[in-house]
Design a protein around this ligand. Sequence first.
Ligand SMILES: Nc1ncnc2c1ncn2[C@@H]1O[C@H](COP(=O)(O)OP(=O)(O)OP(=O)(O)O)[C@@H](O)[C@H]1O
Ligand SMILES: [Mg+2]
Length: 241
Amino acid sequence: MNDSNSQGLTAPCLLEAVNLHKSYKTSKQVLNVLSGTHLKLKAGEMLGIIGASGVGKSTLLHVLGGLDRPESGKVLFQGEDICVKGNGYLENFRNQRVGFVFQFFNLLSDFTALENAMFPALIGRVEEKEARELAEQLLVQMGLKDRLQHKPGELSGGESQRVALARGLINKPGLLLADEPTGNLDNKASDSLIELIQSLNSELGQTVVVVTHSQRIASKMDRVMELSGGLINPVEKSLII
Ligand SMILES: Nc1ncnc2c1ncn2[C@@H]1O[C@H](COP(=O)(O)OP(=O)(O)OP(=O)(O)O)[C@@H](O)[C@H]1O
Ligand SMILES: [Mg+2]
């Protein structure tokens, strides 16, 4: 599909969010988080999403990745609306098409770094030996050669984040959604993690969305958008460098 629109895209669209609405209802209030959010993701691009704390960046990422459903609106993945699909389809979609790096890692505390990174491959019916080799290769690439047998409670925040990234990448998803993947890393470690994501992006043509508070990290993306007041708008990169 050739596409040209207000965001200046001219390449095929991998994912499109159309008029998303999402609110959280508590006993005291209704909090509107997404209020007609539109977003187009071009295949192979790296998009940075910035925005103040609590504005809804994680919520948006969860909706884009089929982890949460909007109240209304569509999430078109290669033209198909994932929001109308059943849970079984979404489980498979999340396992095979999307790699998710959670803001708070969501590692399983009783399992080692290696086992945590292997899980999506095992769920996707990859042979155990191959899953182990793939996970080990990714973890070594991330500088965790000596931490393979550590459980999450025996890892630092930055190490946990890298295990979460390895888990997100193991099935070589076409789309990587990373929520603050450098939030616990120093500048040097952040740069090497982003370089790793960039090299996967250029080698595998993976489409990447990175939510970040860091202007430095955002400036390394192809394109940056800011979520504010339930809407997402382009940010001129020269303004954030
Ligand atoms: N399950 C929930 N129930 C009620 N309110 C929620 C729920 N989850 C999130 N919220 C609220 O929705 C808003 C958006 O949350 P979200 O986690 O998406 O923000 P964020 O932009 O990712 O923030 P941060 O930058 O701090 O990670 C926040 O104000 C939060 O308090
Ligand atoms: Mg968040």
